[in-house]
Ligand binder design. Structure first.
Ligand code: AMP
Length: 310
């Protein structure tokens, strides 16, 4: 069985609905990717590596992980921190705004749970996924230790995957983010950047420039996402352009990139060629953006993917 670990933060999502009531769900870039991967490739052991609290919302979140079929072996419980949370409001014009409570969340402490036994357990994986959001969330003083542990995984033969997923507000400065991203690009074997993730920090404006940027590093497989425009990939230096069929009824683009990442990596882990993996990933992303929120309803999603033979 193939195994992939996603490290990062899942948050409680609160959303105001029409009746001025609040509904609750769970979301976070790495969690979203894990969910969509598992829904498509049920035989792939898909795990979230994170820290949550001992509070009741954390317990409900853990149940949701299990309901989605995710492996929770490395979901740690912090004795006195809670799960992060955010609240989405939509104004009369449909514009969404977000309020976050995540600056002191349990997930910030995840590195402290990665002791030698845990690293030995993680070293059995085929892939280990890190996002720029995971890096931003980790306590700054733990980052040195984090990179040592990631190097140990790489030396053990685990394929390290990185999506920069740049969120300016999560970083103290652009320099801090750029330094962490360079570490990640230096270490990873697969990179999945969106063009916009590299614009502010590295002056990258096109998919071709994003590919050239990644080629400065020794990254075997690069997948550049460029919204509805195109996807460009490079495997061992072999470049391919993949057209994307634009979706016309876009409802909410939240987690398009996350769905793409999860399904792409699932497909690659299960032996699909790059072109097929991109087509499946693009179908997943194109489906997710036709539904509100980060996690599309399971039935609608799996039906859409079944049409592609999954
Ligand atoms: P992005 O994060 O905006 O680059 O989007 C990630 C992926 O979602 C893209 O690589 C596309 O596969 C897909 N995607 C985003 N926007 C659209 C759209 N309007 N129509 C179809 N697919 C899209």
């Amino acid at each position: 069985m193939k195994t992939i670990y996603f490290i990062g933060e899942c948050m409680v999502e609160l959303r105001e609905n029409d009746e001025d009531m609040i509904s609750r769900s769970y979301a976070g870039d790495v969690y979203n990717s894990a969910v969509y991967l598992k829904r498509c490739f049920t035989d792939t052991q898909t795990a979230v590596v994170t820290a949550i609290g001992e509070d009741s919302l954390s317990t409900k979140m853990l149940s949701r992980f299990k309901d989605e079929g995710l492996d929770t072996t490395f979901v740690f419980r912090h004795p006195d921190k809670n799960a992060g949370m955010y609240y989405i409001e939509t104004d009369d014009t449909g514009e969404r705004s977000f309020t976050y409570w995540r600056s002191d969340s349990a997930a910030k402490k995840v590195v402290r749970f990665l002791n030698d036994d845990v690293i030995r357990g993680l070293a059995g994986a085929n892939m280990f996924f890190i996002s720029g959001i995971s890096l931003a969330v980790i306590d700054a003083q733990d980052r040195g230790a984090f990179w040592l542990k990631m190097k140990a995984l790489k030396e053990a033969g685990v394929t390290i995957v990185f999506d920069p997923n740049y969120r300016a507000r999560l970083w103290q400065s652009e320099d801090e983010a750029a330094a962490e991203f360079k570490q990640a690009f230096s270490l990873c074997d697969i990179a999945l950047p969106g063009v916009e993730d590299l614009t502010v920090l590295f002056g990258v404006n096109t998919a071709e420039e994003a590919l050239a940027f990644c080629h400065q590093y020794d990254i075997a497989e690069v997948i550049v996402k460029n919204g509805p425009e195109s996807v460009i990939t490079s495997l061992e230096g072999q470049q391919q352009n993949h057209p994307i069929v634009p979706v016309t009824n876009v409802v909410d683009t939240t987690s398009a990139g996350d769905a793409f990442n999860g399904v792409y990596l699932g497909a690659r882990l299960n032996g699909r060629a790059i072109d097929e993996a991109v087509q499946l990933a693009a179908k997943a992303a194109g489906t997710v953006i036709q539904h509100p929120g980060a996690i599309a309803p399971k039935d609608a999603f799996t039906q859409a993917m079944a049409a592609c033979g999954l």
